[in-house]
Ligand binder design. Structure first.
Ligand code: FES
Ligand SMILES: [Fe+2]
Length: 416
């Protein structure tokens, strides 16, 4: 019987074109990811600043599986801290969103009270009661604040990091990814709503999925059937700093003939017959970006996907909940200056995405299909060779180059 350490050796000839399935189903790997990736030099998406509209607003979320609260202080600055009481470890903030009217965050257990920055202000019975009890004389509240998270507000998207070594946010993302983030956050946004889903799969199966333009016309039949996306469309797959990437696609001029093209391209669609939408207004959109992109999806490793699909705009936050489960939080947004018509288009098109989205529910399902099947086969590997063996982007959409690149970066971060 080989030891666990031997078994966790990346197969010698695998490089980034074959990934051993143990990375998706091993508790030690999961724990090491929390240390090396989520507690390491990475920027993790925490919130849109539009989710913290007023002084006193807060949101509780996670970096990896560490609970974190993001706040807007009385000075209008954004802060974040680990949601773990400095006294005996209880979760302090138990709501997902809200507003602290007095700016205080009080642990329910013994009511230690903190401010928006995470500094400790109040300790009940610090001086005891009627001369009895109390904390030692040298107890110093300044030394017992919450574990703080370094934050940055990048054009309205708030990111946090535990590490002092994390580079500047633009340097971290790279030129293309940061350009496209600014493209989507080019003016003040308005939050339209949030959905959440739990997916019974390892978070990296989903990370692969979002770097995989190859599957889009095959898995998502709605996409293909109604001409929203075809692999032959003009588009690009771009890698930045190995682990971040961008997929863009230009809108098709010939939506009407799309179904015929798809039939030629895709035998499965042909077998399923002709479909028509009972309400075609679902797909009635507006060309709102000068570059003509109908799809623009950026993945910022490890926790954020920021998307434009037609006129739907959303942050997708990936929150691992164990080696074989993660939560996916969708935050839908528009712009503050949207016309009512455009806002309604966004709301209607939001049916395309989210947990039951017409073109995104299969992503959750395929993640679960992978997790189910690899559970006892950790020593086998996948095959990631579409469009060659190099870890790089492509001027087209039929590639797994961005996935190869992510695994190369992952191996370096993890020391595999
Ligand atoms: S654990 Fe929070 S006050 Fe005791
Ligand atoms: Fe997909």
């Amino acid at each position: 019987m080989r030891s666990m350490l031997d078994r966790l050796k990346w197969p010698a000839d695998a490089g980034c074109t074959a990934v051993p399935y143990w990375v998706f189903n091993n508790q030690e790997v999961y724990d090491l990811e929390q240390e090396k990736i989520y507690n390491g030099p990475t920027w993790n998406f925490l919130a849109a600043d539009a989710e913290l509209p007023e002084k006193g607003s807060f949101k509780s979320t996670y970096i990896g599986d560490t609970p974190v609260v993001v706040t807007r202080g009385q000075d209008d600055e954004i802060y974040a801290w680990v949601n773990r009481c400095a006294h005996r470890g209880a979760e302090i903030c138990r709501e997902r969103h809200g507003k602290s009217e007095d700016g205080a965050y009080t642990c329910v257990y013994h009511q230690w009270a903190y401010d928006a920055k995470g500094d400790l202000h109040g300790v009940p019975f610090q001086r005891g009661l009627a001369g009895k009890g109390g904390m030692p004389k040298d107890f110093d509240k300044k030394k017992h604040g919450l574990r703080k998270v370094r934050v940055v507000n990048y054009h309205g998207a708030i990111f946090g990091t535990f590490s002092d070594d994390t580079p500047d946010i633009e340097e971290y993302m790279g030129d293309d990814v940061s350009y496209h983030m600014r493209r989507l956050l080019n003016k003040p946004i308005e939050i339209l709503g949030t959905t959440r889903q739990y997916i019974k799969g390892n978070w990296k199966f989903y990370a692969e999925n979002t770097k995989d333009p190859y599957h889009a016309s095959l898995l998502h039949l709605f996409h293909a059937t109604f001409g929203l996306y075809r692999s032959s469309q003009q588009g690009e797959s771009i890698v930045n700093n190995k682990v971040h990437c961008l997929i863009w696609v230009k809108s098709s001029e010939e939506k009407k003939s799309a179904l015929d093209d798809v039939k030629k391209e895709n035998l499965r669609t042909m077998q399923q017959g002709n479909y028509a939408l009972a309400d075609e207004s679902l797909l009635a959109g507006q060309q709102e970006f000068e570059d003509g992109h109908s799809l623009d999806i950026l993945s910022m490793f490890p926790s954020l996907v920021l998307q434009q699909i037609q006129n739907t705009l959303a942050f997708r936050q990936i929150l691992p909940k164990g080696k074989d489960e993660f939560e996916l939080v969708w935050t839908y947004f528009g712009y503050k200056d949207d016309t009512e018509e455009l806002r309604n288009i966004r709301l209607k098109q939001s049916n395309l995405i989210g947990p039951a989205g017409l073109i995104s529910m299969e992503d959750g399902e395929s993640t679960e299909l992978c997790q189910k099947a690899i559970v006892r086969d950790g020593e086998y590997t996948s095959v990631i060779e579409m469009d060659g063996k190099e870890p790089e982007g492509a001027k087209h959409l039929v590639t797994e180059g961005m996935i190869r690149s992510m695994w190369q970066g992952y191996r370096e971060m993890m020391g595999f």
